[in-house]
Write a protein that binds this ligand. Structure first.
Ligand SMILES: C[S@@+](CC[C@H](N)C(=O)[O-])C[C@H]1O[C@@H](n2cnc3c(N)ncnc32)[C@H](O)[C@@H]1O
Length: 383
């Protein structure tokens, strides 16, 4: 068989609420037989599709590849189904393994037991005669396996991404409450930004929205800065093909000449972090040079008249960032209504906080951010 020709079914996962944006990305990348589902998007293809998805999908958290489907109404059936996969394709006997399991409306419904059982079958298959066997650890896993059982039917997948795709590789500091890179990309994509007008974040923190926005404007693939994907350690990995996919992504970069990035934060340390993240990104240097990142309070926010800016931000939520967030939403909302002449896409921690902005004719979308039910508020505010 030629490497990369085999056709597989993939499932790219995302945060709940982000599915329509991920689906649009999957279509834009030309991935075949795509279908939006709860929690992600399904598509089909060979190794090229797997590389494309991992390299390019900005809102995907991980890309799973289906390896087997089987009836699993009993432990024996589960063991046979898991044992039917040749695990030496994915993991060396001294590698590190992690298994996640989910089950609904099924006879086997104890997910910890299921994960343990799948792990045991894989470890037994790979164990060598001299006793070398895979170890188990979530953080350092070389191979993550996902078992999903629904009405006694099991789907067994390998995680092609490895660590979550929000770990792009450009972040050097965490700040206080950084937005996941995948969600920052979702906010920018949902905003309807034209990728030319100024991109302004009045609560920029570590600069996640500005960095992800600049990458979107410049066609910089989000996976380019990442050091390792799950599939790179597989026995069947086609290193030359993967390198070609990466090289094509590098040649596709087209940074806009005059894009203005603007970031404010009330904390000097955050301002510095945003500067470091923009300047340190290996593909964004020209945009970092012209970026305006300054210490300022959102209460004094005033985009320059005529800028026709896109204001993207995630406001302090309270649960994670501290007190007086309600007053801040109220005051910032008044600033926005007073000034006008731009568009906004603001992520905030609850529908109550979104309401405090008092932006009439705004659209609201529900997005789950680390278990917190957030609201993404988008609007055009006339000048
Ligand atoms: C939720 S964090 C933003 C995180 C950012 N999106 C990131 O990914 O790092 C909110 C930020 O708002 C800043 N902040 C809080 N109150 C502010 C105010 N009144 N004016 C300006 N910045 C403020 C905090 O310092 C914090 O960095």
């Amino acid at each position: 068989m030629l490497r990369g020709v085999k056709r597989s079914t993939y499932f790219a996962t995302c945060a709940p609420g982000v599915e329509p944006l991920l689906h649009a990305e999957v279509k834009e990348r030309g991935l075949a037989r795509h279908e939006r589902q709860v929690g992600g998007v399904r598509f089909e293809g060979g190794a090229e599709a797997m590389w494309t998805a991992n390299l390019w999908l900005r809102t995907a958290v991980r890309v799973l590849r289906r390896e087997a489907r089987f009836e699993a109404a009993s432990e024996g059936a589960l063991d046979r189904g898991v044992g039917g996969v040749d695990w030496s394709r994915f993991l060396r006997p001294d590698g590190v393994l992690w298994v996640d399991a989910q089950s609904r409306e099924s006879a086997l419904d104890h997910t910890r037991f299921l994960a343990q059982r799948v792990k045991d079958v894989i470890v037994d298959q790979l164990r060598t005669d001299d006793g070398v066997r895979p170890s188990v650890d979530r953080e350092t896993a070389d191979l993550r396996v996902h078992l999903h059982v629904f009405r006694d039917r099991a789907t067994l997948s390998v995680d092609t991404s490895g660590a979550s795709l929000h770990r792009r590789g450009w972040r050097t500091t965490q700040g206080r409450a950084p937005l996941a890179e995948t969600l920052a990309a979702a906010v920018v994509l949902a905003s309807g930004w034209d990728r030319r007008s100024p991109l302004v974040d009045p609560f920029c923190g570590t600069g996640t929205l500005l960095v992800e926005g600049a990458m979107i404007a410049g066609g910089v693939a989000p996976g380019l800065t990442r050091s390792r994907f799950g599939f790179e350690t597989w026995a069947e990995h086609d290193a030359a093909g993967w390198e070609r996919a990466r090289a094509a992504a590098v040649s596709a970069i087209r940074l806009p000449r005059k894009l203005r990035l603007v970031g404010h934060d009330q904390e000097a340390a955050r301002v510095e972090e945003t500067r470091v993240h923009l300047a340190g990104h290996p593909h964004l240097a020209p945009l970092a040079e012209t970026a305006l990142v300054e210490r300022a309070r959102a209460e004094d926010f005033a985009p320059r008249p005529g800028w026709n800016a896109m204001v993207v931000s995630n406001l302090p939520y309270g649960e994670r960032v501290g007190d007086d967030v309600e007053r801040l939403h109220d005051v910032f909302g008044s600033r926005l209504r007073e000034l006008g002449g731009y568009r906004i896409a603001l992520l905030t921690g609850s529908s109550r906080l979104a309401g405090l902005l008092r932006l009439s004719r705004a659209e609201r979308h529900r997005i789950l951010n680390g278990g917190i039910e957030c609201q993404l508020v988008t609007a055009s505010i006339e000048g």
